[in-house]
Design a protein around this ligand. Sequence first.
Ligand code: ASP
Length: 654
Amino acid sequence: MLDTLGNLKRTGYCGALRAADADKEVVLMGWVQRRRDLGQLIFIDLRDRAGIAQIVFNKELDPEAHKKAEELRSEYVVAVEGKVVRRQKANPEIATGEVEVIAARVHILNNAKTPPFQVEDEVNAAEETRLRYRYLDLRRRKPHANIELRHKILFEMRKTLDELGFFEIETPMLTRSTPEGARDYLVPSRVHHGQFYALPQSPQIFKQILMISGMDRYFQIVKCFRDEDLRADRQPEFTQLDLEMSFPRQQDIFEVIERVMVRALEVVGVKAERPFRHLDYKEALRRFGSDKPDLRFGMELHDVTEHFEAARATFGFAGNVQAVAAPGAAAWSRRQLDELAEFAKSAGARGVYTAKVTAEGISSGLEKTFGAEGLNKLAAAVGAKAGDLIVAAAAKEQIEHSDTSLGVAGQIRLFLGDKLGLIDRTKWEFAWITGFALFEWSAHEKRWVSAQHPFTGIVEEDLDKLETAPWECRSKGYDLVLNGVELGSGSIRIHRQDIQARMFKALGLDEETARKRFGFFLDALTYGTPPHGGIALGLDRVTMLLAGEKSIREVIAFPKTTAAQDLMADSPSGVDPGQLWELSINVIQPSYSLNCRCGGTVRVWAESISTHGREPYILCPKTKFAVYLPPGLGWYKAEHTDNEGKTETASFVV
Ligand code: ASP
């Protein structure tokens, strides 16, 4: 028989009990974390949001309560009435460790099935199980602390922005496609057959329209939706701190965000310095091999191409060569060097060349080609000292107009920084990255695409190159980086309709398409648009960094897996045929289903248009064997499911 809560009132949190509470009569409520039965005495750890309190049931003192305590199991929900006493021997491991509660009465408010994993600080349950039973996982201390921290950070941001005169304004979730470069999530309209809303990839157009509406300072903590391939730090829905200001200079936006971030860091007791440093995009790439450099350590890159020039033919590499001097790594073992070479390869290096600098001289396989003198010059060029390992690399892949060796060396720098313990984990290094190009060439689409999005402003002096030399146009965009993580980006916008129209054209959108997709926005721009600009920060990432977590899933209450599934709610899921009928939606079944050598299957959705006799095939990701698809396909999507049921959209070639 379960008890009722009745008129019982909790006196406080279990986790809040301290020595000063000794002798008080209390009523505590929570979950049974653990029960230890010593016969005469039963101990339970009672858990609530604030922590754990030890409850003691004494057979001699309170036989009735003791008897009832025998029924208690993990995760039962109980209320305990009793008296706080000092423990004979304090437990320094827990905050309430100086006291315990002698129970006079216990009310069993609810029972619980045996949980699939013990709700404790350290769980070894697979992440899949934790996500499926997220409500149990969230009862643990760390997820609890992360959610609390998230609340505090967001609350502090809201307070700061309110103080700075920003209004929080909601923008629609059911809207139309905005071009942030990802695929949209679509929502079918029941009323307008065959038409769809798009979930916003960001409130970009709406926030700009709010500036046209004279709102002056807008912000919103907002969900954004992008249907992209997921990685550890991506989710199909994620939260941004989105803001926009009218009549701003770039430094005005920077100042607002710096104040917001300094206050957010205060939440975890970190004092960050303002103003944040500025780095030009090209300089960041040249010195750190990344547009989101981790500035918590040095070990900058050196271009040593000229030193390797004579060896180019022997080593057979193309492009430039970058090198770093890794302090202390001259002592690395064969195994460590192999690991480095392996990593460099996976980072896209053509080859990695190393030289050990010691007090006795430089030893390296490069000596045959370089000579002792050449090695000395190389060491001088990278500023290597005794004890350092010179690590040089060229990129395997070359892309026109860009130096791919920088990105490769940038990753090697991070690898070495981590392995050598050079990253000072107590540091919080912010940087504004500016000086981006407005466009980048998409080899895939064979056209210039926005490096950020098409509303990003153009440096005035470059305006006349918009049609003639788009690659030379500089953008008014900026990124905010913290400890090697891109927190967000923004820009001063285009606020003139004529320039916005030219911009769409430069992006290959003809007037008709531009009007169809953004006509309402182009119109709005003609009715007195103030100069404006803004930014959006990824709040999942901000919280992840401040919580010291490695994955954003740890700071989201109900995250999705990398396969974009919610394992707890079991979504996405099929729907009633009636619902589809109402929406006039017909789910296309795969046109073909073929067997694969790996024991799995390939499903193909296709429209029947000829591929001119060429036979398309899909490569099995497991066996790398080709599965030939029936010819005569127009657009098609193929999905490979292996023999373990793992599904991926595989690459295939016509
Ligand atoms: N809307 C942009 C984004 O989500 C940010 C901005 O330009 O404000 O990336």
